[in-house]
Design a protein around this ligand. Structure first.
Ligand code: COA
Length: 387
């Protein structure tokens, strides 16, 4: 297997993008990534595009070919493949690109993610997202994603000493980070009061415990490490790629407070990189709801079960803490265009490891982890990057 490096990144601003279409969002992110990698489109060998549900959000299928076409590459006939695993589509697209380059089959590969979610009414977007759960056992009886994660939060708060205020600190921290990220959907700082007094969505989760509905795209370019310096002075190495799956329904889980696929993918990633939790300088975790960040910190082994709330309250996961979590603002404040999120996490790590993260820079960051979840944890992708 060859070593792989990220040589370019690009991300659109996240938010409600009324003036950009699905394809234009992708082209914007892709162009930024190519420019960052100092390459022309003709040099690309193939593309993997993470997308959850363009069919329902914008009534468009056949995404791989569409993207290659609108990137101006139709006449080059490169392979362009859509990758779908709900909210982890981006993480899996990145993994496919890494595997392809590592195998030696392809050299210069684009991994991208795109979602345009705000063209439908919010009821329709919530229903589309519910397709990432089990439609027959969960969706048809009314379970939405806020509802499913509310069940996790209820069980967790029953079993472990997580207070309402500690849970709120997740969003407070992520909004603080998002306020320092130029691409973030929400750039205002908030307080615990903002969270606990916001509209109840699914008890105990309130509006500010939830990630929003978002439009956006992100792209990265990967290449063999041995060729990376042909394109950039600041290649970032991919030290590990891991993917795990689990039951699609929550009720079939061994324990709904633990995402076993996160545990497995995290363990495999650490083994592949030959690293442990203490080596990680920052981590982007999948905080689709505040409780998901709490579970992720524990499931990836950064602390014991039941301890992540206290860690958050103590500022360990804040910028300047021992383990900064979600410096991008996370899904909560940066936004969650579901197919793009996994790629945006990689973009954030690359910016941090290059020392280019501006006001949210983690001093001396050398190794970072990205954790991207599909559904309530039926698919998980974990990557470790380093310089
Ligand atoms: N956090 C903070 N503010 C939010 C927000 C969020 N998550 N979502 C929306 N808002 C704000 C909007 O900016 C808007 O503010 P304004 O009135 O000042 O313009 C206001 O709340 C109402 O927005 P609207 O789009 O009407 O909200 P909604 O009630 O239709 O949807 C949720 C809110 C929480 C239900 C929706 O964002 C949601 O379903 N989130 C979860 C997405 C999800 O499940 N993703 C997959 C996870 S696996």
């Amino acid at each position: 297997m060859r070593d792989v490096a990220v040589i370019g990144i690009g991300c659109t601003p996240f938010g409600e993008k009324w003036n950009s279409s699905f394809r234009h969002l992708f082209v914007e992110a892709g162009s930024l990534a190519l420019e960052d990698a100092n390459i022309a489109g003709e040099q690309i060998d193939s593309m993997y595009v993470g997308n959850m549900s363009a069919g329902r959000f914008v009534e468009q299928e056949h995404i791989g070919a569409l993207i290659a076409d609108y990137a101006g590459l139709a006449s080059h006939h490169i392979p362009a493949t859509r990758v779908e695993a709900a909210c982890s589509s981006g993480g899996l697209a990145f993994r496919q690109a890494v595997i392809s380059v590592a195998s030696g089959i392809e050299d210069i590969v684009v991994a991208a993610g795109v979602e345009k979610m705000t063209d439908v009414a919010s009821g329709a977007s919530v229903d589309t997202l519910a397709g990432a759960a089990d439609r027959e056992w969960e969706g048809f009886v009314g379970a939405t994603f806020p509802g499913l994660y509310a069940m996790i939060a209820t069980a967790y708060m029953d079993r472990y000493p997580l207070s309402r205020e500690q849970l709120a600190q997740v969003a407070v921290k992520n909004h603080y980070n998002g306020a320092r990220n130029p691409i973030a959907q929400f750039r205002q700082e908030i307080t615990v009061d903002t969270v606990v007094n916001s509209t109840l969505v699914a008890d105990p989760l309130r509006l500010f415990d939830c990630s929003p509905i978002t439009d956006g795209a992100a792209a990265v370019v990967v290449a063999p490490l041995e060729r990376a310096r042909e394109f950039t002075d600041t290649p970032v190495r991919v030290l590990a790629t891991a993917q795990a799956s689990d039951t699609i329904t929550l009720h079939d889980r061994r324990d709904i407070c633990t995402l076993d696929a996160s545990v497995a993918a995290g363990r495999w990633a650490f083994e592949m990189a030959g690293l442990s939790q203490k080596d990680i300088d920052l981590v982007e975790v999948h905080d689709c709801f505040a409780i998901a960040e709490i579970c992720a910190i524990e499931d990836l082994g950064f602390c014991k079960k039941g301890e992540a709330g206290v860690l958050t309250e103590q500022g360990v996961t804040a910028l300047g803490g021992d383990l900064p979590v979600n410096t991008s603002g996370g899904l909560k404040a940066c936004g969650h265009p579901v197919g793009a999120t996994g790629i945006k996490q990689v973009c954030e790590l690359v910016q941090q490891l290059r020392g280019e993260a501006g006001k949210r820079q983690v001093d001396g960051a050398e190794i970072g982890m990205a954790h991207n979840v599909g559904g309530t944890g039926a698919t998980v992708a974990v990557h470790i990057l380093g310089v």
